[in-house]
Design a protein around this ligand. Structure first.
Ligand SMILES: [Zn+2]
Ligand SMILES: [Zn+2]
Ligand SMILES: [Zn+2]
Ligand SMILES: [Zn+2]
Length: 212
């Protein structure tokens, strides 16, 4: 898995990582571009993922929203090589593939299967309202997870599980951004050592591995 990450190209740019740039010069507000893509705005110090504001550079960096080019000859996992061609998610590696690009989490993979849509151009008030959080509109047969639109109801229902997880992580961000990261990856906060599973803080004894 680590080896695979190292083979992913191109190298991440500091701006994509949400890190401040060293060189001086006028910064540009990238917030308006959030209707087309996930973006970090250096002027407002905010990341926009599916149009949802993320003020923690750490969380935004870890979410690693954009697709990575990968050379299928160097992908060590057979399931991943297949998904690289056909599209799909490998649960073992936790990497998904859309249009020959690799996405490093279930959230970013499922968001890549939807379509960035400017809520202002939606002609349905219910869909516009859904874009401010999430929801499915039966009349338009359109689901919105933030500003990412879905026409496939089944895909939408899978995507919002991960999207809701993001909203929980964002709520946690002001308290501890390590916890917000741990919520996204079902992991442990490296600051307060809390362990998370399905967005909940679980005592170590309650994990299935240590049941008996
Ligand atoms: Zn901005
Ligand atoms: Zn794999
Ligand atoms: Zn609608
Ligand atoms: Zn924490």
């Amino acid at each position: 898995m680590r080896a695979l990450l190292l083979l992913m190209l191109p190298a991440l740019q500091p701006t994509q990582l949400g890190m401040p740039r060293d060189e001086p010069g006028p910064k540009m507000c990238l917030c308006p571009e959030a209707v087309q893509r996930h973006v970090w705005c250096e002027v407002h110090n905010v990341g926009l993922l599916a149009g949802v504001k993320i003020t923690s550079p750490l969380l935004f960096e870890v979410l690693d929203a954009h697709g990575h080019q990968a050379d299928p000859n160097f992908i060590p996992c057979a399931a991943c090589r297949k998904h690289y061609d056909t599209g799909g998610f490998c649960p073992d590696c936790r990497i998904g593939y859309v249009n020959h690009l690799a996405y490093m989490s279930p959230l970013t993979y499922h968001l890549a299967l939807g379509k960035h849509t400017d809520p202002a151009i939606l002609d349905c008030a219910a869909c516009r309202a859904n874009a401010s959080s999430y929801g499915w509109c039966d009349r338009c047969r359109r689901g919105m997870a933030g500003n990412v639109a879905y026409t496939d109801n089944a895909e939408f229902n899978i995507a919002i599980v991960e999207f809701k997880r993001l909203l929980v992580a964002i709520e946690k961000m002001p308290t501890c951004d390590g916890c917000s990261v741990a919520i996204m990856c079902d992991g442990q906060c490296w600051y307060c050592k809390k362990q998370y599973r399905d967005t909940r803080d679980v005592p170590k004894e309650a994990t299935p591995d240590s049941d008996r």
